[in-house]
Design a protein around this ligand. Sequence first.
Ligand code: ARG
Length: 509
Amino acid sequence: MTDGEDDTAGDAPAGSDAADGTGEHAAAGGTAVRRDRFSGGPARGFMSSLDADRRIFAADLAVSRAHVVMLAEQGIVDADDAGAILGALADVEAAGHADLPAAEDVHEAIETAVIGRVGPEGGRMHTARSRNDEVAACIRYRLREDLLDALETVVGAREQLLVVADEHTETLLPGFTHLQYAQPVTVAHWVGSYEAALARDTERLLAAYDRTNRSPLGAAAFAGTPFDVDRERTADLLGFDSVLDNSMDAVSTRDFLVETTSALATLSATLSGLAEDLVVYSSRDYLTISDDYASTSSIMPQKKNPDTLELVRATAGEATGALGGLLTTLKSLPRSYNIDLQEATPHAWRAIDAVPEALEVATGALATADWNEGVLAAEASAGFSTATGVADRLAMAGVPFRTAHEVVATAATRLEGDPDLAVLEAAAEEVLGESLTEYVDRETLAATLEPTGSVAMRDSRGGPAPEAVAASLDRAREEVAADRSALSGHREAVADAATRRDEEVETYV
Ligand code: ARG
């Protein structure tokens, strides 16, 4: 081993002391993967990922078990040695990550611990693999779990949003563009807009899952192995859908981390908008945030601040930073393995830890908030926000839309206070040279000036009219159900693979 390069080992060397990692890990007990020469010296802590690798400890045990079972099935390692190694892995698992010997990383530490229990024959577990394919498999294995949890959160959030929407198909809400009163909508329509975005986030995360769930094992350091490995078999024992064919690609790529982090950053950007809407709405008294999601001031006794939502809004900074950090780390990395990759992974963990949690908080805050319907009804017509509806109504009655726009625009400049029919009629006489009632009767016009009537008109597909929203919500419920079942399918496949693996391991120990 030179230059820190991790070669495909035949039999692992039974050296003396382990390279000392950081943290509280015990000094290795005698047998080690490395020789004294590569102890790491003063940079030992700098080089070690052992503490950060806690997250992939369980993944490594699964990956190592699948690998050893395959080695035994292929006759590369005999059944007795496989049994001893698999037995030692169970001990290592029971002892936990904290009990691992000091080492450069969790892979080396586990191997050292196995050799410590089994003796030199334990070193056969690293036959036909390298830490390079091992770590890539571990990250994918762990990320897969995290992705399923993230998907669970996103799908759960969509279900909660649909419940809120269902309750508020008639609750008016002022709609804004440029944060200026624009047209009235309903709370359900606004909630549905976020559910729709989360539906696409679900698609993105599912796509990232598909590309994460592929096996790099058997690629070894990057150049394959002379052993007759069965890559499909290890993939199957780990529940990976397929094998990453090119061995150099298999160890080099972290594109699955980019896709995942990008999907999460995208979600977090949407989420920050949702949080901002809620912060604005609560400042305008459109809704009252539950005390559980609010905070007060240490000096201003009357204050109730939407702190949780501001923190949700800030999560976009964390996720976007993680994506930038990840891509910047990966940029210009030559083929094949470079240990920069070790520093790439935590960026993705940061995003996957932060974003689903923030989504849960935002959804909880929204689901428990009280919408102040009186304030909303009054606000829904503020700023002559029914103007577009009136212009539409005239256009539907035969006035060219641009002319109708001019009639209503003229009225808008004359209005003092609430819109009224008289001002509209005067504007029509001026612009059209004829009475409005030639086109639309007064009752219809009066209804159009009301936010409820204005909303009810806008019944195009996906629009805010209560029946249109109800139809959208039905479609959304079907999609959520389909996504939920895709999610349980993935969970079952992972659980089945774990059962298959356990059963195979049982036959050796
Ligand atoms: N701990 C490393 C990582 O996270 C894997 C070790 C491979 N190291 C090496 N020098 N080839 O990527």
